[in-house]
Design a protein around this ligand. Structure first.
Ligand code: G
Ligand code: G
Ligand code: MN
Ligand code: NA
Length: 248
């Protein structure tokens, strides 16, 4: 299709950009991390990631695009982490993760940017973690040995087996917004509370995604959820706006 053709040229034409969404400490509102999210401006319009990310996956373009995003993200991480202790969290597709030399590529990118491993968090979906065995695990363990953290993205939308979490090489749980229900959904919050307790027992840090209202933030705070992300705090924004939030 023409969209695939456009995407093939997007990198060369400088049409791709990263936006960043703050991850905040629920108790204080302090920014502790920022999620890098791809944006594509094509023919004067923003193409939604739900359209072009799957296309990039199907065509394999997600690999060069993913490495471009990793370099951009590490460059920001170097600045934000040294000045503010703020890490950058990057979505990594199954394609890229399964590449030979993925871990070394990430470590090279970090050192070229002058950022320590602690400045980077890699987001992987739970389905990738479940279906991939040996080599993926080895790559993630290699990264963790250098201080890079691994997050399970969209937790709760897939198999969501809590027991498998125990055996996976992960540090951070990103609770899907399906778990972050309206304030008075008591049954939903009972489940959320149970997941949060289990995560704490497993030494996982939880980020609640899609927090849009004060009521949700209060309910999550009561349940001792440490971190949150969502429109209540900020939508994904260009890097200079994060700079301004960090240095008001
Ligand atoms: O940014 P939202 O704003 O619309 O992003 C939608 C989805 O696109 C995210 O859930 C994420 O899975 C995917 N996405 C965004 N940026 C990246 C990226 O840099 N790499 C990969 N693999 N996926 C991304
Ligand atoms: O799948 P992943 O979690 O990587 O992508 C995050 C997606 O969620 C991005 O598309 C981002 O724009 C979107 N998002 C961020 N905050 C909110 C929010 O508060 N509400 C909703 N509905 N979407 C959000
Ligand atoms: Mn994500
Ligand atoms: Na998510």
């Amino acid at each position: 299709s023409t969209l695939a053709g456009g995407l093939r040229n997007a990198l060369d034409r400088g049409e791709l950009e990263l936006h960043f969404q703050p991850v905040v400490e629920l108790a204080t509102g302090r920014i502790v991390a920022a999620e890098a999210l791809l944006r594509w401006r094509y023919g004067g319009e923003q193409v939604p990631p739900v359209q072009f990310v799957p296309l990039a996956e199907q065509t394999g373009l997600i690999v060069p695009i993913g490495w471009w995003a990793m370099r951009e993200a590490c460059a920001q991480a170097a600045r934000w982490f040294s000045r503010h202790g703020v890490a950058v969290t990057v979505n990594v597709s199954a394609h890229q993760l399964r590449e030979e030399g993925f871990a070394e590529g990430v470590l090279d990118t970090l050192s070229a940017a002058g950022a320590p491993g602690e400045a980077l968090i890699i987001e992987v979906t739970e389905s990738v973690l479940i279906t991939d065995a040996g080599s993926t695990r080895a790559a993630l363990e290699r990264l963790r040995s250098e201080g890079v953290r691994v997050a399970v993205d969209d937790f709760g939308t897939g198999y969501s087996s809590l027991s498998y979490l125990m055996s996976l090489p992960v540090d951070v749980l990103k609770l899907d917004r399906a778990f972050v229900a309206p304030e008075h959904e008591h049954r939903q919050y009972a489940i959320t509370g149970a997941v949060l307790q289990l995560a704490a027992v497993l030494d996982l840090v939880t980020i609640a995604e899609g927090v849009e209202g004060d009521g949700q933030a209060r309910a999550l705070t009561r349940l001792k959820c440490p971190l949150a992300q969502g429109y209540l705090y900020s939508p994904p924004v260009p890097a200079p706006i994060i700079d301004a939030l960090l240095d008001p």
